[in-house]
Design a protein around this ligand. Structure first.
Ligand code: EAX
Length: 336
């Protein structure tokens, strides 16, 4: 009894002597998860962001980067932001349409002709309007980053036309737009989280996958895939997301610093992505891949039906097909 009391008193004394630490001075740690390998552009950009934010807040905000699906798949991480168990993620839009259906707009095949069109739409009225829908599901965008134009790799044969896609078992990201697109091209799509992909390719559970060069290279898919076809069939945006709960707990000054820094890191990341596209085709060839440049016209024609699929148009319109159709037309007009 007596010893117990003494213990309680010792703890009380320690607590009384501990320096006061007012909440406003408390260091903020923001964990930022990604699905890709440490050398990938997402992680380079997230480290860059961490550095400028640390400088500008005199160390008050520390962003810690966790690559390679250590904190879960892209879908798991978005759920983590909603629950408040994770603060940030830099993710593709792959699973995001399951949270905000309007995002499926950006998952449509051959939507954008070039990067200028992508940036114009994403940074402009349409991208801003769609990002404004995120807080109602507990997440917030700090900017559209870039995953990049996606190309197809496989272990079976060179791809020069949609005929060469017939029957290929291809892993896709978890959204029906990707599934419909690959079916329209004659392949057999299998949705799967990115973290499981390397092993699935290695064990021949799937023959093929599609990703931007920066992902193919940093994930060393050339070790398990022989053929690379430069189809550029999807432009894959990335988005830097923060948990709405974490965001609301930051001071207005910290929110301002983070917003500005995130825009700078976005531009940095887009530059890295463009550089990757300039350099990595050669690097992949040197790593042993056989590269083809198919004529895109028959691919574009083969997937036209995806744009006419009622469930897709309805989802893009947030349940309203007319809205969905208008959004698709608006992107078309902005990318001419
Ligand atoms: O966001 O899942 C995918 O294929 C993505 O392109 C990748 O994780 C990068």
């Amino acid at each position: 009894m007596c010893r117990k009391l003494a213990t309680v008193l010792v703890f009380a004394l320690i607590a009384a002597l501990a320096p006061e630490c007012p909440a406003s001075d408390a260091k903020v740690i923001l964990k930022c998860g990604t699905a890709t390998q440490p050398s990938h552009i997402y992680n380079q950009a997230a480290e860059y962001l961490a550095q400028i934010v640390a400088e500008r807040t005199a160390g008050a905000i520390e962003i810690q980067v966790f690559p390679a699906s250590q904190l879960g798949s892209e879908r798991d991480m978005i759920e983590g932001l909603q629950l408040g168990s994770l603060e940030m993620t830099l993710t593709s839009t792959g699973p995001l349409g399951n949270f905000v259906p309007q995002v499926k707009l950006f998952n449509l095949p051959f939507l954008f002709r070039d990067r200028e069109a992508c940036y114009r739409v994403l940074d402009g009225e349409i991208g801003t309007r769609i990002a404004a829908l995120f807080p109602r599901v507990g997440i917030r965008s700090l900017g559209w980053y870039e995953n990049g134009f996606r190309n197809i790799t496989n272990s079976k044969r060179a791809i020069n036309s949609p005929q060469d896609m017939q029957g290929l078992k291809i892993r896709v990201m978890e959204d029906d737009v990707f599934i419909l697109t690959m079916k329209a091209l004659g392949a057999s799509p299998l949705p799967m989280a990115f973290g499981e992909l390397f092993t699935a390719l290695e064990q021949r559970i799937v023959d093929a996958q599609e990703n931007p060069l920066a992902v193919i290279h940093s994930s060393r898919f050339f070790e398990v895939q022989k053929h690379l076809a430069m189809t550029g069939h999807f432009y894959s945006p990335a988005v830097l997301l923060v948990s709405e709960t974490s965001w609301q707990s930051l001071s207005p000054e910290h929110q301002r610093i983070l917003t500005e820094a995130a825009t700078e890191a976005r531009d940095h990341e887009r530059n890295l992505s463009q550089k990757a596209d300039r350099e990595l085709e050669d690097a992949l060839r040197q790593a042993g891949m056989a590269v083809t440049h198919p004529d895109k016209t028959p691919f574009v024609e083969a997937v036209a039906g995806v744009y006419r699929t009622p469930s897709v148009i309805q989802a893009i319109g947030g349940g309203n097909p007319e809205e969905g159709w208008k959004l698709i037309q608006a992107v078309r007009a902005a990318t001419k």
